[in-house]
Design a binder for this molecule. Structure first.
Ligand code: KG4
Ligand code: ZN
Length: 334
């Protein structure tokens, strides 16, 4: 059989996205409409605003994506959409649109777990990445270490017991007046600061249990900001740099533990929005090298939410199809 193509749809948070990806790992077209502007005044994603924006934008976005590739629905082999986890209004918009397109075109519907999209995304760009690999999944909603043994075969080795790391980046950004979304802004400011200036905790580092915790770090950042206002001798940039360094120490320590306990793996892989962070990538690359492992990270535009990773997960699942009454799931552990 020739090249097969999957249409992917993503709408679980604040990006409305569509993409066409082939089983030859080619992204034929992809479009992302960000809602950052709409949510910025509120300092975070407002679910009702997100759902309305997805509903208004998704259909024209899909039409434009098909037109970019010079294709119609008739040329597509399957339609893959995020069915959860995420903000339920947005997920429903994407999933119901995918169902309508699948019904009209008589193509299979493939319901994708958003986390699986992130977990398999490194294989879109890297054909040599084989199972099993150790995945650090770090996003706005999740912080997990997963042993990826195959498509649909994920063993969760660790998760956060409180906040996700992206959340901690976003709250730090808000505290430092950097606006939303915060991760990239904190990273930029951290480059100008001294990571040794502000003493911050490294929650759970050295502990025997495998999990993550960032709530204590977040509160310590808040206290540091208050101390600065009261005259402590450091800057916002020093706080950003010290926060990022503490976060990296936590990630590296927990990931090192997972590498030691996971059994043989082919690579250390990082994915999710926070994986766009250059300093985090550098630290993980060094950790992988110390364990004699290749380090794989998707290109930046495939780290934050996008539809190419959903289409790719659909490619990985080609041959299967989900019923048209598949529910949207706000919570859906891998
Ligand atoms: O994967 P993603 O786009 O959405 C979720 O599924 O959560 O991740 C978004 C998160 C946000 O918290 C954002 O601040 C963070 O990823 N992020 C970063 C960077 N770029 C995005 N965090 C740290 N450094 C970055 N460069
Ligand atoms: Zn995501």
């Amino acid at each position: 059989s020739g090249t097969r193509t999957v249409l992917g749809i993503e709408s679980s948070c604040d990006e409305t996205a569509a993409a066409l990806v082939t089983d030859g790992r080619v992204i034929l077209a992809q479009r992302i409409a960000s809602q950052d502007e709409a949510h910025r005044p509120y300092g975070g994603v407002v679910p009702e605003i997100a759902a309305r924006a997805h509903a208004e934008r998704l259909t024209p976005l899909i039409e434009a994506t098909l037109s970019d590739a010079g294709m119609t629905l008739a040329d597509v082999d399957a339609i893959a959409a995020t069915a959860g986890p995420g903000l339920i209004g947005g997920v429903m918009v994407g999933l119901v649109t995918a169902k309508a397109l699948a019904m009209a075109s008589e193509k299979p519907l493939i319901a994708i777990n958003h986390l699986e999209g992130h977990a398999l995304s490194p294989r879109l760009g890297d054909a040599s990445l084989t199972f099993p690999y150790l995945l650090l999944l770090v996003s706005g909603g999740h912080c997990q270490l997963l042993l990826v043994e195959g498509v649909g075969a994920y063993r969760r080795l660790a998760t956060t017991i409180d906040d996700a790391l992206g959340e901690a980046f976003d709250k730090t950004a808000k505290l430092l007046g950097l606006g939303y979304p915060g991760g990239p802004a904190v990273e930029r400011l951290a480059r100008e600061g001294d990571a040794r200036k502000v003493a911050l905790p490294r929650p759970l580092v050295g502990s025997k249990e495998p999990h993550f915790s960032f709530a204590g770090l977040k509160s310590a950042v808040m206290r540091a900001k208050q101390a600065m206002a009261a005259g402590a001798d450091y800057t916002d940039a020093d706080i950003a740099a010290s926060f990022q360094r503490a976060a990296i120490d936590c990630l590296a320590d927990r990931t090192r533990g997972a590498l030691l306990s996971a059994g043989p793996v082919t690579a250390l892989v990082v994915a999710g929005g926070v994986a766009a962070n250059e300093a985090i990538r550098t630290a993980l690359e060094a950790l992988a090298a110390a364990h004699g492992l290749p380090f794989v990270a998707p290109p930046l535009r495939l780290c934050t939410d996008n539809a190419a990773m959903i289409a790719w997960a659909g490619v990985e699942r080609l041959g299967q199809s989900d019923p048209l009454d598949t529910p949207a799931r706000p919570r859906w552990p891998l």
